[in-house]
Design a protein around this ligand. Structure first.
Ligand SMILES: Nc1ncnc2c1ncn2[C@@H]1O[C@H](COP(=O)(O)OP(=O)(O)OP(=O)(O)O)[C@@H](O)[C@H]1O
Length: 573
């Protein structure tokens, strides 16, 4: 319960109310056998039965109504528990440090939000409150039974204890197996999430059958675990059944003997047997509750694995005024400066002592062989990761002295390969500037030569771009992302050129889009095509994580062998 309490705590008031209602329901139920006993006595002694029967009907009806209200409140609370857990989970999932997403599998994360949270529902509906009410009914019945015949009660409790021990033993196994089953559902999600975006590659490689078999294999394993769970859950019902029957037979035999010898009244035996049912029926529910809790605990382990992770840390701004307004900018300071920056991905060195300056309003290109660390430089400026050594300054100020949100708000960033999200053109444009008007959206699309995309679909801005923007070409995706940055009008734009080769028309369109954004702002482009950067104010040549040379195209052609080689490959000389 200690593990589950944090999820139930926000709903404790309504749960308390439901527990109160269920106690009323339990009291109404406990009163029924006693009333039946009074009816039997009345029949035996020829007294009037009218009022007692009316009372019995009232108890039955009242019990049914209370039960209905309780069920509704419980279901509603259960949904609220799931909603809150999903909210917390998604909020944490989207704010983890970027490095966390490098190693986690999307499908598995999705299944935690969808499937694991659902298991919390049953704790509330079939579990918790029933356990409280069930225990009370159990206690009430036990007291009533003790008053009627303590010996018969002793026999009953011995049987019940045996059943409880077995259920507790089985419950432990249920928790372990649920965790395994949910992990397998996560793996299944991950396998599907891998296959769907890669479906073109899989189809082209003729690997559809093998991929299907791989997913099928995981689904079959999940089935196997489900069956093992079902076997254990199936054992619980018969255990409770045997307890009921065993206790019933023992009580009937012993009680019948005592009635025959005259040491017990028939009405007492009938009432005792009714209490016996009343005691053991909720026991079935208490056991079910115990199973549901064990079940949920398996899922909670997976939910907590994410919610226990620290979100991306916020640097302490130097003073309260830092985030309150724009930072006073020293006009002499460069827009961006790297000073001896080194960085590792999980111990693998990627950047070593990188230093360069980017003056305000200029265009800087970063070039170098594949894997040199170019994209990593942009990731560090965006503060997706922090350097292991050295500093990065924006407007003469160490970025670690401002909050990440404030730093990011001052720049635009266009990712290399998937800078577009599923949804419409308008959704993508308004991602960073939700208040932009349709006219502004159309204008930025024109600025990056995307009017054609707007016109070819009658839905215009409401046209869908497909998963990861698959309905657009590589160049169009990049230009749409550039248009998005234009809308937010940042001072500094970081642009990671697409690695995919573009046809010459798209390349010209992309270059024009870059020219459009370069006006009135500082631009840092990771360039894979030197044609895009030949007219940059400065070019930083990166090789093996180190800066080899910095200069203009013409300077570098003469001074740097690697740059010259890259340029020759691209027929620029
Ligand atoms: N998230 C990551 N986790 C671990 N290693 C990474 C990660 N991203 C990149 N790397 C590694 O860091 C090195 C530099 O990668 P980076 O993407 O910065 O290179 P790049 O110069 O932009 O290459 P390209 O021109 O091919 O895009 C590569 O060896 C790459 O394998």
């Amino acid at each position: 319960m200690a593990e589950l309490w944090p999820y139930l705590r926000p709903h404790r008031r309504i749960l308390l109310i439901v527990a109160g209602i269920s106690i009323v329901g339990a009291a109404l139920a406990v009163a029924q056998p006693a009333t039946v006993s009074v009816v039997i006595d009345a029949v035996q002694n020829g007294r009037s039965m009218g009022p007692v029967i009316a009372l019995l009907v009232g108890l039955l009806l009242g019990g049914a109504i209370v039960n209905g209200v309780q069920q509704f409140l419980l279901q509603r609370t259960a949904e609220a528990v799931v909603l809150r857990t999903r909210r917390d989970l998604v909020q944490r999932m989207l704010s983890l440090p970027i490095a966390e997403y490098d190693t986690r599998r999307t499908g598995d994360l999705v299944s935690r939000v969808g499937s694991d949270t659902t298991l919390l529902r049953t704790v509330v509906t079939s579990g918790l409150v029933d356990a409280v009410a069930g225990s009370l009914v159990f206690l009430g019945s036990a007291i009533a039974m003790a008053l009627i015949d303590p010996l018969l009660l002793g026999v009953t409790l011995a049987v019940v204890l045996l059943a409880t021990l077995m259920v507790v033993f089985l419950g432990r196994r249920i928790q372990k197996l649920t965790l395994l089953a949910q992990t397998q559902v996560g793996l299944l999600g991950a396998a599907v999430a891998r296959a769907i975006p890669g479906v073109r590659t899989i189809r082209a490689a003729g690997a559809t059958a093998r991929e299907t078999a791989a997913v099928d294999g995981i689904a079959t394993e999940a089935y196997g675990t489900g069956v093992r769970l079902a076997k254990i859950a199936a054992l619980i019902q018969p255990v409770v059944g045997i307890a009921l029957q065993g206790a019933f037979i023992a009580v009937l035999g012993l009680g019948g003997y005592r009635v025959a010898t005259g040491s017990m009244q028939v009405s007492e035996l009938v009432a005792f047997i009714l209490y016996l049912f009343m005691m053991i029926m909720p026991l079935g529910r208490v056991f079910q509750a115990y199973t549901a809790i064990q079940n949920a605990l398996g899922a909670v382990i997976r939910i907590r694995e994410i919610t226990a992770l620290d979100p991306e840390s916020e640097s302490e701004p130097e003073s309260a005024s830092t985030d309150a307004g724009p930072v006073p900018v020293d006009p002499a300071s460069p827009a961006l400066e790297f000073r001896g920056v080194s960085f590792d991905y999980d111990g693998v060195p990627v950047l070593r002592g990188v230093s360069f300056r980017v003056e305000r309003g200029t265009r800087t290109a970063i070039v170098g062989p594949s894997g040199a660390g170019k994209s990593t430089i942009l990731a560090l400026i965006e503060r997706f990761y922090d350097p292991a050594a050295g500093t990065i300054e924006l407007d003469g100020r160490d970025v670690r002295r401002s909050s990440r949100a404030a730093t990011r708000a001052r720049m635009g960033y266009v990712e290399q390969d998937s800078p577009v999200l599923a949804g419409t053109l308008a959704d993508n444009l308004r991602l960073g500037s939700p208040e932009a008007t349709d006219e502004e959206c159309v204008a930025v699309l024109a600025a990056v030569n995307l009017t054609g995309v707007l016109e070819r679909d009658p839905r215009g801005l409401a046209a869908q771009v497909g998963e990861d923007g698959i309905l657009l070409s590589g160049g169009e995706r990049q230009r749409l992302a550039i248009a998005r940055s234009l809308l937010a009008a940042p001072d500094l734009l970081l642009l990671d050129e697409p690695t995919a080769s573009l046809d010459s028309r798209n390349e010209v369109a992309l270059r024009e889009a870059i020219d459009a954004v370069a006006q009135r702002r500082t631009l840092v482009v990771v360039a894979h095509r030197l044609a895009t950067v030949a007219d940059a104010d400065q070019i930083v040549v990166l090789d093996g994580g180190r800066v080899r040379a910095v200069g203009t195209h013409d300077e570098l052609l003469g001074a740097d062998a690697l740059y010259r080689e890259l340029a020759e490959h691209q027929l620029l000389v």
